[in-house]
Design a protein around this ligand. Structure first.
Ligand code: UDP
Ligand code: MG
Length: 162
């Protein structure tokens, strides 16, 4: 059953995904990108940046009362982060599923953190947790002109749009 173009367009979402300094240093960039790419999601923006501590504090502002906040922001700003925007139907929620639970001890095998990380303070990847945070995080990390708009050749096969 083919989906029509409008229904497909209405369900398209974008999410912010970042490989943290531990994931970059451990050589896991291609492994992680491959999982999003093979699923059928589309990469629309990507850059390698070392955030400042104050930028990290902005990114994690929701957690500023938590005891691990300062160490977390020091860590995020300690080296290059691979910042990305991925697009697809349901990508915000499903991206979190691909990533797995926050604590890798509790992440299911088959998830990124379950397969590739061991402790919560070094869980290698970030993903937006909802539509509002996705919008805010994309705006924080990327300028509008850094976001690409293109039709992937795969789209008609991934979604069955006519
Ligand atoms: N974190 C931590 N200790 C904790 C909880 C979280 O170091 O007890 C770190 C961990 O790196 C996590 C990040 O803080 O990824 C953000 O926490 P959040 O609860 O938003 O988890 P996430 O959305 O990344 O799964
Ligand atoms: Mg979070």
């Amino acid at each position: 059953m083919l989906q029509d173009q409008e229904a497909h367009a209405a369900q398209m979402e974008r999410t912010f995904i970042a490989i943290k300094p531990d994931g970059v240093q451990r050589g896991l960039i291609s492994e992680i990108i491959a999982r999003f790419e093979r699923k059928g999601f589309k990469l629309v923006a990507i850059k390698l940046v070392t955030p400042t501590k104050s930028f990290a504090q902005k990114h994690y502002h929701d957690l500023k009362e938590r005891p691990f906040f300062d160490g977390l922001c020091d860590f995020l700003s300690s080296g290059p982060v691979l910042a990305m925007v991925w697009e697809g139907e349901g990508v915000i929620k499903y991206g979190r599923k691909l990533i797995g639970a926050t604590d890798p001890q509790k992440s299911e095998p088959g998830t990124i953190r379950g397969d590739l990380a061991v402790v919560v303070g070094r869980n290698i990847i970030h993903g937006s947790d909802g539509p509002e945070t996705a919008k805010d995080e994309i705006n924080l990390w990327f300028k509008p002109e850094e976001l690409t708009n293109y039709t992937s050749n795969q789209e008609k096969w991934v979604y069955g749009v006519n």
